[in-house]
Write a protein that binds this ligand. Structure first.
Ligand SMILES: NC(=O)c1ccc[n+]([C@@H]2O[C@H](COP(=O)([O-])OP(=O)(O)OC[C@H]3O[C@@H](n4cnc5c(N)ncnc54)[C@H](O)[C@@H]3O)[C@@H](O)[C@H]2O)c1
Length: 369
């Protein structure tokens, strides 16, 4: 077994703030190179984190034999080329979400990755936020899934400048930027989603162009709502906006045959076991009698600590990313892709494309491969 794997990072935004500290904190990975455009970004990042090589062209970085794992953290419209080139160069790949900007691209990326025999994974690190990880451990307590409600109201896209995040073609928008983590989590917790019916909107119509200062049109969604059906027969609703001032964040609530489970915006888990059902269940009840006090679930330390790092809500994604790096290392050790793989990225992409199709046609759309 190799002592430590060499990692090359492409992109210094989330790549710089989360991928590099995450890989550096892992005892089995060493960040040996970083690539970004312009080169100055790569140089500054390399200096800040003590990384040996800095490149403008990621293709030059791919020539380094000491780079065994490539982490693609460019905007989504650039993932396809970088992933293709990295696989061709024989590198294992971790790609940021969303895997691609459309299903066709995602399908090709999956095919190429499977054919390569290399490890291919997608950064759905929300799976490893401690409360999310505990939530998954508890899912079977709800019994058969009846329905799940995911509400995400944020005010994050207000007063911004125009970037790739405002362009649908470049992989911007709330669904791709944020929603896809929730689609992945729903699949991870409850199994595959087989059809959706959705609606989307762009309420914030323009943002200042950073170069000219003039208003530039936004065509990516900032708000959406969808109904979904799981293979198991369970139902779901996902309801999102990123332009709601004072939005209270994400709230997920599950109702099943054996009780309920909720994950709050404060990362608390509330459990309502079925024995808490109020007296007179089948009869008429006043609101007070219907109210059921949930248990607050403890999140154990084993889900909050890894490799000497403790989960920090001030910097919430480095720790879950570090736990995802555990999966990457295990996958490379055994040369077997481990979930979340490109297949998971492809399934999330099927959902995102289906919502747009559903909205255009006003029909339910299958999300089966
Ligand atoms: N998993 C998460 O929770 C999470 C959070 C934020 C962003 N992301 C994802 O990370 C990716 C990047 O997003 P971001 O917020 O860092 O964007 P960003 O615009 O802040 O950064 C993108 C980086 O890519 C670099 N870049 C652009 N073209 C390049 C090229 N040809 N070669 C090398 N580098 C190039 C840019 O210079 C920049 O450093 C996106 O896919 C986004 O969805 C994921």
């Amino acid at each position: 077994m190799t002592e430590s794997y060499g990692v090359g990072i492409i992109g210094t935004g989330f790549g710089g703030s989360v991928h590099i500290p995450g890989f550096q904190a892992h005892p089995r990975t060493k960040v040996v190179a970083v690539a970004s455009v312009p080169k100055r970004d790569a140089d500054l990042t390399a200096k800040k984190y003590g990384i040996e090589h800095a490149f403008e062209s990621y293709r030059e970085m791919l020539k380094l034999p000491e780079v065994q794992i490539v982490s693609v953290a460019t905007p989504p419209f650039l993932h396809f080329e970088a992933v293709k080139d990295a696989l061709k160069a024989g590198k294992h790949v971790l790609c940021e979400k969303s895997l691609a900007t459309n299903v066709e691209e995602a399908r090709q990326m999956l095919k190429l990755a499977e054919k390569s025999g290399l490890v291919h994974m997608v950064d759905f690190e929300f799976r490893y936020i401690p409360a999310w990880a505990r939530f998954r451990e508890m899912i079977e307590k709800v019994g058969t899934l009846y329905t799940v409600n995911v509400k995400i109201f944020r005010g994050i896209s207000l007063g911004m400048k125009w970037t790739w995040r405002e362009s649908r073609a470049k992989g911007g928008g709330g669904m791709v930027g944020d929603g896809c983590h929730y689609f992945d989590a729903l699949r991870y917790w409850f199994g595959d989603i087989v059809r959706v019916a959705g609606i989307e909107r762009t309420f914030a119509k323009e943002a200042p162009d950073p170069e000219t200062g003039k208003p530039k049109a936004i065509d990516a969604d900032d708000t959406f709502a969808l109904l979904l059906e799981f293979e198991s027969g369970g139902l779901g609703v996902v309801h999102y906006t990123s332009v709601a001032p004072g939005g209270s964040g994400a709230f997920i609530e599950v109702a099943g045959s054996h009780g309920g489970l909720a994950l709050t915006a404060n990362e608390e888990i509330l459990e309502t076991p079925s024995e808490r059902r109020p007296a007179g269940w089948h009869g008429y009840l006043g609101f007070d009698e219907m109210r059921v006090e949930p248990n607050r679930v403890e999140i154990p330390d084993r889900l909050k600590e890894a490799h000497g790092m403790r989960y920090d809500r001030e910097d919430p994604l480095v720790f879950p990313f570090l736990r995802l790096v555990d999966q990457v290392v295990k996958a490379v050790d055994s040369n077997t892709p481990l979930s979340p793989t490109f297949y998971d990225g492809y399934r999330a992409q099927l959902i995102m494309d289906a919502v747009a199709k559903s909205y255009k046609s006003r029909r339910w759309i299958s999300t089966k491969p």
